[in-house]
Design a protein around this ligand. Structure first.
Ligand code: GLC
Length: 793
């Protein structure tokens, strides 16, 4: 990090914290100096695995004993293999949701090395320790024999020339990660991050390799500090621990499905979370918060959530409320609730080291804070000043932390925003976090911060999720987190932190959403307009338009910038914001169904264009357009002053959402986009479910050339774990007639009185609903039907 960035960072931190940051910087350097030296020394000690001495055949795999290492290769599913090289500590399975897998038919062969074959995958281990993975006789990937480096491992896999790499969490790089080297270490960038500042808050050692012969997903279950590099080879190095990784084959959908079965499905959010959120650092009083809520009402702008940033707390002490600013938080939350607005409050993990603060005293007494090897708590400065940090790798600390949410839930708080949980500690030098030799419980087996650091935010979210579930079992917990790790999707959504207030950042945030989705984290979004700065009206509204198609849709800004509610930019911008807010809410059945599908399959909501056809290499490098689900394609305006842009249409037919013109793909077209216009295209054969005036409206993007189409609509009570239903609509075309059928499953009552059918781009001649011809061809409104025939002119 250069000096200017550092000074900017310190500026954001606030000069009152700077003195402590300097003190901590020196202290931390001293504390961890021998560990740092050890790591440096160790990184030069390389040891080969040696020759193969023995092998044991296991029910679903092999154990191969080399001179200096043991490899265990196990088939866990027909398209997933787990490879574990020891020595090294086996990971505590924090990121693994499913540990026991049912038996798979595996054929073992022992000639020319050791082979394991399922219906979908062939794994071969050579006597040298090289492992290759094949899918239908096509080599997906070859791993060279790994080597030990110090007390860690170095793993190397060959990459094909055309191979593109996607994933690894949030990276400040092109969408294709080929050519770069990435530190696996969640980091607070201390100020806005920009080009070249990598890593940032969420590192996930999982990636997809895509080449001309197929694709695969690899997940390294090793939370230690490390690097992953994609040059000629994919080289992963971890400072400590066993080398354990999972290799998954299949289509990209199948790999995401298996990966999320392994690491946990994304939790289905309460429906309100998919609406619009507004915040700032901070709405500082009850009156100010109500003013904002009323502003949305007066301007006729739909909103679902207001977030309270750190000023609502008493001196930034977690789980407290500043009574002078928010005399009655319950009154505020219920007033907001009456306006249909949920309340979310921020929480940071640092607990103010104030001997008078009950929470601090309690955690101290119970020994729940992170400690140094000398047994003393490690304390470091964050917003409240010096803080202790709960050790979330200790089950007692998780239970203790999770138990405190009750206080805020009782005050009517609906969701939680977990910030600074890398954990960030203000430090004028080195990495702004805890010292590397901080001790962690790791479920009783012990470990250091090199291993526990990347897990810190994940486990804070787990503690909260479990605590909230206990306190409020009838509702689905909702939380937003800045930091996280593989499997975080089980507990929390993500936002991309303190992103810059510039055009690079809006572009980059689109990439981050796609990258996170392909790393297993479907819910993310960015501070609309950028965090620390004053965006122009144009930047704000273009960012807003794009975000209206992102899972997490929120305006947020730093403390020292101008107000940033949509009306702060004048009438024109307010009107444009309203247009996209209304569209967001109309599309809610589409969003909610995608969320439910994600909770079943792990598929991201925001997808790269190549998701539609991973063989089409023309789509591999497109990073300024995206799919929302399989039907809607968005091409946001990402350049200052642009009134049009080039849009790539993949194979197939596409209809412009706004003017209903058909376009033939594959093509590159120039699309006009005045300030109020966001280029959106719908794939031919799509049925888009919308909610308009409390009715379910199916927008049918028909095309006579296609013979079938369909969509599903998921509904339930919008929160909780009660009954649900899925309506599956299927459309068949022949002889100028479309037959639309609806099948239902589940126990929840159909929530709409009417279904409206909007046959986009077609002239209708006759409509027959469940055997009866109906009037009103332009605007077809029907009672929930089973079968509907639509003849077109
Ligand atoms: C961090 C967060 C930011 C928040 C601020 C104050 O910088 O990333 O979103 O507003 O802290 O809590």
């Amino acid at each position: 990090m250069d000096l200017i960035t550092k000074i900017k960072g310190l500026n954001t931190v606030g000069w009152s914290n700077v003195f402590q940051a300097v003190q901590y910087g020196f202290r931390k350097k001293k504390i961890e100096s021998s560990t740092v030296k050890e790591i440096k020394r160790d990184s030069k000690v390389v040891q080969k695995i040696g020759v193969l001495k023995n092998h044991i055949s296991l029910e679903n795999g092999f154990e191969l004993q080399f001179e200096n290492a043991i490899a265990e290769i196990l088939v866990l599913a027909d398209n997933m293999v787990r490879v574990t090289w020891t020595p090294g500590k086996i990971p505590v399975p924090y990121t693994i949701e499913k540990e026991t897998w049912s038996k798979v038919d595996v054929i073992h062969e022992e000639q020319d090395g050791y082979k394991l074959k399922t219906d979908k995958l062939l794994v071969k281990v050579d006597k040298s320790g090289a492992v290759s993975f094949k899918d239908n006789d096509v080599v997906l990937r070859k791993d060279n024999p790994p080597s030990r480096v110090g007390s860690g491992w170095c793993h190397e896999a060959e990459l094909k020339d055309s191979e593109h790499i996607f994933g690894l969490g949030q990276r400040n790089h092109a969408l294709n990660l080929r050519g770069g080297s990435y530190l696996m270490w969640n980091e607070e960038p201390m100020g806005d991050y920009g080009e070249g500042s990598d890593p940032i808050y969420v590192c996930i050692p999982a990636y997809i390799g895509l080449h001309e012969d197929g694709n695969y997903l690899v997940y390294f279950e090793n939370s230690n500090k490390g690097t992953v590099e994609f040059k000629e080879t994919a080289t992963a190095k971890f400072y400590q621990g066993a080398l354990r990784y999972y290799f998954i084959s299949g289509s990209v959908k199948e790999t995401m499905d298996r990966f999320s079965e392994l690491t946990g499905r994304p939790a289905l959010p309460p429906k309100w979370a998919l609406g619009y959120h507004q915040t700032r650092w901070s709405y500082k009083t009850e009156e100010e918060t109500m003013e904002v809520a009323n502003g949305f009402k007066e301007n006729n702008l739909p909103i679902s959530v207001i977030h309270l940033d750190i000023h609502y707390m008493d001196g930034y002490r977690v789980f407290t409320v500043d009574k002078s600013r928010f005399p009655d938080l319950k009154r505020l939350s219920s007033n907001l609730d009456e306006m249909g607005i949920k309340t979310v409050t921020i929480l940071d993990p640092g607990v103010k080291a104030d001997p008078e603060f009950e929470l601090y005293k309690d955690a101290n007494k119970k020994g729940l804070f992170c400690k140094l090897p000398d047994g003393k708590n490690i304390e470091g400065p964050v917003w409240p000043g010096w803080c202790g940090f709960p050790d979330f790798t200790n089950p007692e600390a998780r239970k203790w932390w999770g138990g405190h949410y009750r206080k805020l839930l009782d005050l009517g708080v609906d969701g939680f925003w977990h910030d600074m949980n890398e954990p960030a500690v203000f430090s004028s030098s080195g990495q702004p976090t805890l010292p590397l030799n901080t001790m962690h419980d790791m479920e009783g087996r012990g470990g250091n911060h090199i291993e526990a650091h990347n897990l810190y935010g994940l486990l804070e979210n787990r503690a909260a999720f479990e605590g909230i579930q206990k306190s409020q079992p009838e509702k689905r917990p909702w939380m937003l987190t800045r930091s996280g790790y593989a499997s975080m999707q089980r507990y929390a959504w993500n936002w991309t932190g303190d992103t810059g207030c510039n055009w690079w950042s809006v572009k980059h945030n689109l990439k981050l959403a796609i990258m996170l989705g392909l790393s297993g984290v479907p819910y993310t979004g960015s501070d609309i307009g950028g965090f620390n700065g004053d965006p122009s009206a144009e930047l704000y509204i273009r960012w807003f338009q794009m975000s209206s198609f992102m899972p997490f849709f929120r305006t947020h800004s730093a403390a020292f910038v101008k107000r940033r509610e949509p009306w702060s930019f004048g009438q024109e911008i307010t009107d444009i914001a309203r247009k996209y807010l209304e569209l967001r809410y109309k599309l809610m059945p589409y969003w909610y169904t995608l969320a439910w599908e994600a909770s079943e399959t792990g598929c991201p909501l925001v997808r790269p264009l190549w998701w539609l056809n991973s063989k089409d290499q023309r789509l591999w490098d497109i990073e300024d357009q995206f799919m929302l689900g399989d039907s809607i394609m968005v091409a946001p305006i990402l350049e200052q002053g642009a009134k049009s842009r080039k849009v790539v249409l993949p194979e197939g037919k596409w209809m412009s959402f706004w003017d209903h013109t058909w376009h033939e793909g594959f093509a590159e077209i120039e699309v006009k986009a005045e300030l109020d216009s966001l280029p959106i295209f719908v794939r031919a054969g799509s049925l888009i479910p919308m909610e308009i005036e409390n009715n379910l409206c199916l927008q049918i993007f028909l095309n006579k050339e296609m013979s079938t189409a369909g969509c599903r609509v998921y509904s339930d009570a919008d929160d909780g774990y009660g009954s649900y239903r899925v309506d599956s609509f299927e459309l068949k075309y022949s002889d100028n007639t479309f037959e639309l059928t609806r099948e239902e499953s589940g126990d929840f009552d159909f929530s709409y009185n009417e279904i409206d059918l909007d046959l986009v781009g077609c002239s209708v001649a006759k409509v027959v609903v469940d055997g009866k011809q109906i009037d009103g061809l332009e605007n077809i409104k029907t009672k929930p039907f089973r079968k509907c025939q639509i003849s077109i002119k």
